[in-house]
Design a protein around this ligand. Structure first.
Ligand SMILES: Cc1cc2nc3c(=O)[nH]c(=O)nc-3n(C[C@H](O)[C@H](O)[C@H](O)COP(=O)(O)OP(=O)(O)OC[C@H]3O[C@@H](n4cnc5c(N)ncnc54)[C@H](O)[C@@H]3O)c2cc1C
Length: 409
């Protein structure tokens, strides 16, 4: 499967900061993390901060999987509306999921402050809106429940919307806290760098091809036939993990993204808030620390590993059409922003669970292993929550939050 394809923003604007050798020896460690994307890097950060002897291996190079194509919107709201999630989990647990995501945004802010590198991070407001009359009731109910549960939200009607945005809306929820944006590639590398100072060992071009469980440890074999003996293994292998955990996991889609060159103003875009609409699939927008605009959406169902969509390239007419639709949409939304020139066009595979929640924790088929799979549009926040839960699990502390994120739920 082509996890990412096209001219990709984050690896385009960042140089590869560090290269790492492949594993060329048998080694031991306390925790082996398989996967050096943003999830593996966040896990490495929390584990090494806790003094755990940790190794990370990636079959490719650090941050070049789905991480490189991530829009990296960080927001307390989950793709599954609070009302819907309430129907699945009950009100208190649904609210807990939203609150966990809200906290994770501020955990990232704290990490970024500790790293001493901004990694393109900014706190932002976020705006969830509809331009269709039929979704107004849905949004107002969603607003009421969030307000009641102390989220910092304001209901925006058609009239108020006119003073905030250059595009017409029928209704929206404007949230004044619990959201942000980051450069995922830079963040991944900064996390790895910082963890190396805490003892992390990193090996690129090192593919795990076999796993053998013993009663108190796991031995993994690399493609080059070296062994890593670990007390625990964390699988942070992203959307490719679908096959390891059978049919329980994700619905895979391909999502399309455009990024402009830096623009001169953001007229018609209130506070550069993160924007998402209620369409299915929805359109999402954010800005970057170097004043670009990112717009994404137009998701297509994958339909299997060998399907056309799975292996689509940028030059395929389907991709060209999707990029054109997004470009037109951007021009319609922000007619007052001058000279919006598209510089990056790319698409990436995206996995989502039925309830929009991640898969974190143990799985009976793989003793002494943990999974950290941030499926859903809050993947990065889920990685933060998951990494903290896994660290605690390693020390024998089982949090009830893990019940919400169980693989076999
Ligand atoms: C287009 C797109 C938009 C997104 N937008 C957002 C967003 O706005 N907000 C948000 O929070 N999240 C978003 N996400 C999701 C978030 O970015 C994901 O959670 C994240 O990219 C997945 O990161 P990861 O580190 O788990 O996976 P990856 O980045 O794919 O890393 C997994 C790594 O595991 C390695 N690997 C796999 N198998 C093996 C093996 N056998 N041996 C060794 N290494 C192996 C791979 O080489 C890869 O580098 C988006 C994702 C995509 C694709």
């Amino acid at each position: 499967m082509n996890l990412v394809t096209g001219n990709i923003l984050w690896t385009g604007i960042n140089k590869i900061p560090n290269k790492y050798s492949y594993l060329s020896d048998d080694i031991d460690c306390e925790v082996l993390i398989v996967g050096g994307g943003i999830t593996g890097a966040i896990c490495a950060y929390y584990l090494t901060m806790a003094g755990i002897d940790t190794v990370i291996v990636d079959k490719n190079i650090i941050g070049y999987g789905s991480t490189s194509a991530s829009t990296s919107i960080l927001q307390y709201e989950i793709d599954t509306d609070l009302i819907q999630l309430k129907g699945i989990l009950g009100l208190e647990k649904a609210v807990e999921c939203f609150k966990l995501c809200e906290k994770a945004v501020y955990d990232i802010e704290e990490i970024v402050n500790n790293l001493g590198n901004e990694c393109g991070f900014s706190l932002r407001d976020c705006f969830y809106y509809t331009d269709s009359n039929s979704d107004v009731t849905l949004l107002s109910k969603e607003y009421e429940i969030r307000k009641r549960k102390d989220f910092n939200v304001e209901f925006i009607d058609e009239k108020k919307g006119k003073n905030m945005f250059s595009f017409p809306i029928k209704a929206g929820i404007y949230s004044r806290s619990g959201a942000g944006e980051i450069d995922p590639y830079s963040f991944t590398h900064q996390l790895i760098d910082s963890s190396i100072n805490n003892g992390l060992r990193v090996f690129e071009n090192t593919e795990v091809v076999d796993i053998k469980q013993a009663s108190n440890s796991v031995e993994i074999m690399t493609r080059n036939k070296f062994k890593v003996n670990a007390k625990k293994v964390v699988f942070a292998t992203g959307f490719e993990t679908k096959e390891m955990i059978e049919n329980r996991t994700a619905i895979l889609t391909r999502t399309f993204t455009l990024a402009t060159k830096p623009v001169e103003n953001f007229e018609g875009w209130h506070n550069r808030a993160i924007i998402r609409n209620t369409s299915d699939p929805y359109t999402y927008l954010r800005t970057t620390s170097d004043d670009r605009i990112i717009i994404g959406g137009e998701d297509l169902d994958l339909g299997g590993k060998y399907s056309k969509i799975s292996n689509l390239t940028n030059s395929d007419t389907l991709s060209i059409d999707k990029f054109q639709i997004l470009n037109n949409r951007l021009l319609n939304l922000f007619p007052k922003i001058n000279n919006m020139e598209i510089e990056y066009r790319f698409s990436g595979l995206f996995g989502e669970s039925q309830d929009g929640l991640p898969y974190v924790g143990e799985y009976e088929k793989y003793p002494n292993c943990y999974f950290c799979l941030g499926y859903g549009s809050n993947g990065i926040l889920y990685a933060v929550i998951g990494a903290q839960l896994i660290r605690d699990l390693y020390f024998g502390n089982y949090s009830p939050i893990l019940d919400l994120f169980k693989i076999d739920r």
